[in-house]
Write a protein that binds this ligand. Sequence first.
Ligand SMILES: [Zn+2]
Length: 120
Amino acid sequence: MMIAKEFVIHRADINNHCPNCFSARGMVFSFIQNQKENSWMILTSAEIQEQLFCQHCSQEIYPGAWDEAIERVYAYQKKCFTPMPSGVQLKKKSKLLLGAVITVLILGIGLWLSLQNDWI
Ligand SMILES: [Zn+2]
């Protein structure tokens, strides 16, 4: 079973006016990356979710409602963080199992070669 986790990798309070309630206080940009984890491995998604939330009116402000000023701040904020490297990370248990499988394979090939060539 995979457990999904969300990591806020960058969060910035911005001073723009909310297109909803026009307040210039409480707009927050969040950049979120997802990880899925089970006891064998961790999968990190390459995709970054972007969210603009107004704490004043408690609404998410979707990209369609952004004005030019918000777009500019967004373009800037996007450069202010480095995403987590995406891909698969094996846990200790998986590495041990993989090591054991490779060892068995090598021993098997060695034994097979030995038998083929009358070495033993
Ligand atoms: Zn608002």
